[in-house]
Design a protein around this ligand. Structure first.
Ligand SMILES: [Zn+2]
Length: 511
């Protein structure tokens, strides 16, 4: 339905209405009736703004704060906006539209890229998303709405919990890694820290799990007489709380989905930066993020199951790193026949396997090849550890961080200007400045880290040398693959394997 206004309409826009189940409870605009009133307001607004309302996009019974719930009509409206079907949005108010900062950012992207006149208006007040000032205001507004919504959601959850537990006192358990709500548990924190470092160097979660089981580590939900489960190990390592990030999982999501990945439920500010809690932290956000990335990468390699069960293929140090010198296929390993001399001396060998697409013509005893490659790699690392690398001239990452830092400084100036003109309340200003300063701190840290990269590389090499003895095969493989592209095993000729190990038949291809 289109509303025509005499004198000609300039824009065709979409109207947006939504029923909310959390938030402004009892403001008279919820439920079916609420949507009808929102519609009326939008049509009234369209007359004032001289717009055609292409149609009303209407989402029911969902809260925009619960980010897992897709708002179908909101999505349809974004698509129409991007495609040029509509050139603007009218809504009852901005927090009907964007509870999640990310929704606002997506919308801003479309406005910024549109090559046609655009409009944005709400009955509560206008935000012109086509100007930087309007975007700034909208971001602040949505920050507050988001915070309010998180608080409201928490209030609802707390109330529900209180109802359920009435007459049944229950003390909340501190999460794994903490002894209470605020302070780290030294032993568990140490376990987490060692595990993180090892996983970053290639150790598998399954190995961490085995080690923790041997140490009799127990999770918060571990049944009597058992040790921590594999799933719990993964869960506690991914917990955003370790770096201070607050996650919030609404009660009904917990109820319906069982164990939910808290990484997906961070409480965020307008610009997408997570809100941090006041408890003692174990890691920096970057350390936590890197760990989650590595864990996610494991998942991708091994879809459907977290742990390889029943796999009969042993991944040895050189599996697939060593390559056939004749056909280039990655080598696999096999055991020599029991009782033979080769079995006694070496145990296993690497070979080019026909089922892997190889020629089947190359085989070499395993341990001597491994010893040789390890020796070469450690020599390489020793050189690196000793090297005083000259400062790097150009680093695009560093430039990017510096630019971002400059932007944050400009934003601070802009916020102060708005405050001076009374366009920001003291509360809004304080919030915005706190957010910017936090970002500034992180960026400064990044800049200093990146500026010191060469020094770090040599100290990393020194550390690997120190700890190599306690590296697992997986950790060693990860380290090898950082510097070595392939280890080419060349044919030995007739009876070559009987003359002992010949290093000239091994070619290391460096990265
Ligand atoms: Zn081959």
């Amino acid at each position: 339905m289109e509303v025509k206004v005499p004198g000609g309409n300039l824009h065709t826009v979409g109207g947006y209405a939504r029923i909310s189940d959390i938030g402004q409870l009892g403001d008279g605009r919820d439920g079916r009736e609420g949507v009808l009133r929102q519609r009326e307001d939008i049509y009234d607004l369209s007359k004032v703004k001289r717009c055609n309302v292409h149609r009303i996009y209407e989402d029911n019974d969902t809260s925009a704060f619960k980010r897992k719930v897709t708002r179908k009509e909101f999505e349809a409206m974004m698509t129409d906006l991007a495609a040029g079907v509509i050139s603007g949005i009218l809504a009852y108010n901005i927090d009907r539209l964007f509870r999640q900062p990310r929704d606002l950012e997506r919308c801003i992207d479309i406005y910024e890229q549109a090559r046609r006149p655009m409009i944005f208006a709400t009955t509560a007040g206008d935000f012109d998303l086509t100007t930087s000032e309007g975007r700034f205001q909208a971001r602040i507004y949505v920050t507050i709405a988001n915070k309010f919504s998180a608080d409201a959601a928490r209030r609802v959850a707390r109330q529900k919990k209180a109802d359920a537990l009435e007459g049944k006192p229950h003390r909340g358990q501190a999460p794994f890694g903490w002894k209470d709500a605020e302070n780290l548990d030294p032993r568990e924190a140490e376990l987490l820290e060692v595990a993180r470092k090892d996983i970053m160097r290639g150790k598998k979660v399954a190995t961490v799990h085995r080690e923790w089981a041997e140490l009799n580590v127990r999770g918060r939900q571990t049944p009597e007489g058992k040790t921590i489960s594999y799933t719990s190990v993964k869960y506690v390592l991914r917990n955003p709380r370790t770096c201070g990030y607050r996650s919030y999982i609404p009660q009904e999501v917990r109820e319906h989905s069982g164990r939910v990945d808290p990484v997906e439920w961070l409480v965020e500010r307008t610009d997408g930066t997570p809100i941090t809690g006041q408890w003692e932290k174990l890691w920096t956000p970057t350390q936590w993020r890197d760990l989650v990335d590595v864990l996610d990468a494991h998942k991708k390699k091994n879809p459907g199951k977290g742990r390889k069960t029943g796999s009969t293929v042993t991944k040895r140090l050189m599996t697939n790193i060593a390559r056939c010198g004749l056909c280039g296929t990655g080598l696999n390993s096999g055991m020599y026949t029991r009782g033979t001399k080769s079995y006694e001396n070496y145990g296993y060998y690497y070979y080019c396997r026909v089922p892997d697409g190889g020629c089947g013509k190359i085989a070499r005893s395993g341990p001597p090849v491994e010893d040789y490659v390890e020796k070469i790699l450690l020599g390489h690392l020793k050189k690196q550890a000793a090297a005083v690398t000259p400062a790097k001239e150009e680093n695009p990452e560093l430039d990017k961080a510096k630019k971002k830092l400059k932007q944050v400084e400009d934003d601070k100036v802009e916020a102060r200007r708005l405050r001076a003109n009374d366009e920001l309340s003291l509360g809004e200003f304080a919030r915005e400045i706190r957010r910017l300063e936090e970002k500034e701190r992180e960026l400064k840290e990044t800049v200093s880290q990146l500026s010191n990269t060469p020094v770090r590389a040599s100290s990393a090499a020194a550390r690997i040398l120190r700890e190599w003895g306690r590296y697992t095969v997986d950790m060693k493989r990860t380290e090898i693959m950082k510097s070595i592209e392939a280890v080419v095993v060349k044919p030995a000729g007739k009876g070559g394997n009987q003359q002992g190990f010949r290093p000239e038949l091994i070619e290391i291809v460096w990265k």
